[in-house]
Design a binder for this molecule. Structure first.
Ligand code: 26W
Length: 743
């Protein structure tokens, strides 16, 4: 308990100050008690171009151990820290891998592992989303309007990053990551000319134009060079210029391929500024860098045109070319065939494969769920796996129980305190001892969290949630492989069955959606429009709207997610098997006592292994079946044989809905029935899985009738969620990949 901090809070004078001033002053006051430690010895460093941190106020006070006390002290002064909810999320990420990075930093500090993060401090984070006539409208996320009291600008540690055509000053902003250790997230801010400042203006520029691609390369190199420059300089000051012991003190984790240029920069710096031979620098790199793959989507595997990179980073391009020639010599010594060499090549003709560079140089390469790591070996890098099998690892993702249970669901946390004593908070394995037959209090907690969720949705979206309903949620980025469109069809199926009196004793159900579509992703925006049109139809139909409601919340972000995961009964995780690397929302729902209705994909497979198939609702083709189906699957055959499927699919073109002449719905219908030049019709097998999906949803509805039995299934999920704590993930990285130890 931080008594001095509490005393300061008691002495704080809030009188006559507006809420922004109160937020800033109280945060700054807490910051005085947070001192990042610079421990000697080996450390790991996380290089990520995204960190989806969410709000830091409550998180940091929880980590400081003063949240409850501070709340009381400040409320006596008329300061309701729940009003600080209006502070913008630090949304410096798109979703998956950015939020994972934030959970990993939280767990490393929470478990006293030496792990620091390097990233980019974007002026504008992920865009804010509103719906205008059911369509996504984007606006800039000016997240710094409330200031950023949780970061400290380090004027005296700024450094210059050189491009062929400009110099950029990288100014570090340090955000302390509070736990048993206090680690640091260092975000670099670009200063200098107008063009230099553009580098950190926006997260993930649309890279479908050369201009966008160039900016993307600049962002990735900016992060790489600032981080490497600093680590190298600090090392030389302490251990000299030979770099012989660099890999003894550093393990650098590449979060996807976005910071792979740090490998080339490391070699460039050592050879050019410190006279280290290329072979030696490459060898040190091979014992320093590790790579996490987060997706098997081919379009997400970054390849850069050699000439494009050479235009602004000639030395970096040259280093990649030299790595290629070293690698080819090594592969020839291993008697690799021409085809095998091509498959592993860093430079393939004019294309630079960042993933192949990461695999070749990385000491360890890991996937993010058991099934994904198998697919990484089998489908993504089969040749590299053949020649370097020991490189390949799995570390299944995890989520921090501090934000995703203790903070967002204090009522369930209190119930666990009562049943298990607070010891579970330091030892999640104790959740396994939960008596899941004793459900009365859990049912009351879930009802309370649904009530709070309903209030939040009413306040933020002006929609009143159906009372006493089963709450389903599908909240995640909008992407075809995540199959929000299949859920849309399933809802229409249920709607029509209700209207035709085919569903008796149907328990009232609410389907919650939250999703942002990438600004250039036409089809994803069409699916958002379609879901909003279905909501309008279903919610407006007096015959059914006491039984079925569809709600699409706007600007789904980390803070919204905290409310939804706590108040949901059924987590919808319905990606086509083999496409979702892991998923992490699935784990958040599980921990908060929701059953999963989903496919055997990503981490869902391990969730079912831990929580039991009997406590969840699994449906759909397996990875193996999807792979077998790829060549023979004919969606139009299903349409001709299954009138139910045809009926809902036809609503896209039969006038049931209008997309305001934008052409969204016709294009979606074509994507399912005709395909496109880059894919076959229904390339995510929606029609194959839809009937089983509807059956699963109806089964949920039936089972819900026995409240106690259903609650027991939900509690079984909470009881078996310990494995999915990011504390476990970090302990695995520390042991299997980083070789670092707790303080
Ligand atoms: C929404 C489509 C999409 C897919 C991949 C957007 C961005 C990507 C990135 C290139 C990689 C990424 O974020 N992958 C996600 O990483 C998460 C953390 O490991 C996984 O849980 C998700 O399954 C994976 O899609």
């Amino acid at each position: 308990m931080n008594t001095k901090l509490l005393q300061d809070l008691k002495d704080y004078d809030a009188a006559g100050k507006d809420i922004k001033t109160q937020y800033t002053e109280i945060s700054e006051l807490c910051m005085k008690y947070i001192t990042p430690e610079r421990r000697e010895g080996r450390r790991a460093y996380y290089l990520s171009i995204e960190y989806l941190m969410g709000r830091m106020f409550h998180n940091n006070l929880l980590e400081l151990g003063v949240l409850e006390e501070a709340e009381k002290i400040l409320s006596e002064k008329g300061v309701k820290i729940s009003d600080f909810e209006e502070v913008e999320d630090a949304a410096l990420g798109n979703g998956g891998l950015g939020r994972l990075a934030a959970c990993f930093l939280d767990s490393a500090a929470g478990c006293a592992y030496p792990l620091d993060g390097y990233g980019i401090r974007y002026k504008y984070g992920l865009f804010k989303q509103k719906f205008e006539n059911g369509e996504q409208a984007e606006s800039a996320d000016d997240w710094l309007t409330w200031g950023d009291p949780w970061s400290v600008r380090r004027e005296n540690e700024k450094r210059v990053v050189h491009f062929a055509d400009m110099d950029v000053t990288a100014v570090p902003y340090d955000m302390p990551i509070v736990g048993k250790s206090v680690n640091t997230l260092r975000l670099f801010y670009a200063e200098g000319s107008e063009q230099a400042q553009k580098i950190c203006e926006y997260l993930y520029p649309a890279d479908d134009t050369e201009e966008g691609k160039l900016l993307r390369i600049r962002q990735e190199y900016f992060l790489s060079a600032a981080a490497i420059g600093e680590l190298a300089e600090r090392y030389v000051r302490k251990y000299g210029r030979s770099f012989n012991r660099f890999s003894e003190y550093h393990s650098l984790q590449l979060n996807d391929t976005h910071a792979v240029m740090s490998v080339a920069e490391f070699i460039r710096l050592l050879t050019k500024d410190y006279g280290v031979s290329f072979a030696r620098a490459l060898d040190i790199a091979k014992h320093t860098f590790n790579y996490t793959n987060h997706t098997i989507l081919p379009e997400a595997l970054e390849c850069w045109d050699y000439a494009l990179m050479e235009k602004i980073l000639p030395e970096i391009a040259a280093v990649f070319k030299k790595i290629q020639s070293y690698a080819v010599r090594e592969w020839k010594r291993k008697n690799c065939t021409k085809e095998e060499i091509a498959a592993m090549s860093v430079l393939q003709g004019r294309r630079l494969s960042m993933a192949n560079a990461a695999v070749y140089v990385g000491e360890k390469v890991n996937g993010v769920a058991a099934i994904h790591s198998e697919l990484v070996k089998r489908n993504l890098f089969p040749v590299a796996y053949k020649y370097y099998p020991d490189k390949f690892q799995n570390v299944t993702n995890g989520i921090t129980q501090r934000r995703w249970l203790m903070l967002c669901n204090r009522e369930l946390s209190a119930l666990l305190d009562k049943k298990l004593t607070p010891a579970w908070r330091e030892d999640m394995a104790r959740l396994e001892t939960l008596d899941t037959t004793d459900t009365a209090e859990f049912i009351a907690v879930k009802a309370e969290k649904k009530k709070q969720l309903a209030e939040y949705i009413l306040r933020h979206d002006g929609v009143k949630l159906l009372d006493g309903a089963i709450v389903y949620a599908q909240v995640k980025r909008l992407h075809e492989y995540k199959r929000q469109l299949m859920t849309a069809f399933a809802i229409l199926r249920i709607y029509y069955d209700l209207k035709e009196g085919k569903l008796k004793d149907f328990h009232p159900s609410v389907f919650l959606f939250g999703a942002k579509a990438a600004s250039g992703y036409f089809r994803a925006k069409g699916i958002i429009k379609y879901l909003n049109e279905i909501a309008r139809l279903v919610n407006g139909d007096e015959q059914t709207n006491k039984l079925l409601q569809v709600v699409f919340v706007q600007n789904y972000n980390v803070s919204y997610a905290e409310k939804i995961v706590a108040g949901t009964d059924v987590s919808l995780q319905v990606s086509t098997a083999g496409f979702e690397a892991s998923g992490t929302g699935n784990m958040k729902f599980m921990l908060n006592g929701a059953v999963t209705c989903g496919t055997m994909d990503g981490a869902n497979i391990e969730i079912i292994e831990h929580a039991g198939k009997e406590n969840n609702y699994i449906f759909g083709a397996s990875v193996e079946e999807i792979e077998r189906l790829k060549d023979t699957y004919d969606p139009n055959e299903i349409l001709s044989q299954n009138a139910d499927v045809k009926r809902v699919c036809d609503t896209l073109t039969d006038g049931t809905f209008s997309d305001g002449g934008k052409g969204y719905f016709k294009e979606l219908h074509d994507s399912l029935t005709v395909g496109a030049h880059w894919h076959k019709p229904d390339h995510y097998f929606i029609f194959r899985d839809l009937p089983e999906y509807v059956d699963a949803l109806i089964k949920v509805n039936r089972d819900y009738g026995d409240k106690a039995a259903f609650a027991q299934k939900q509690l079984e999920n909470t009881a078996h969620a310990a494995f999915f704590s990011s504390d476990r993930s970090i302990a695995e990285y520390a042991e299997k990949i980083w070789n670092i130890v707790k303080k």
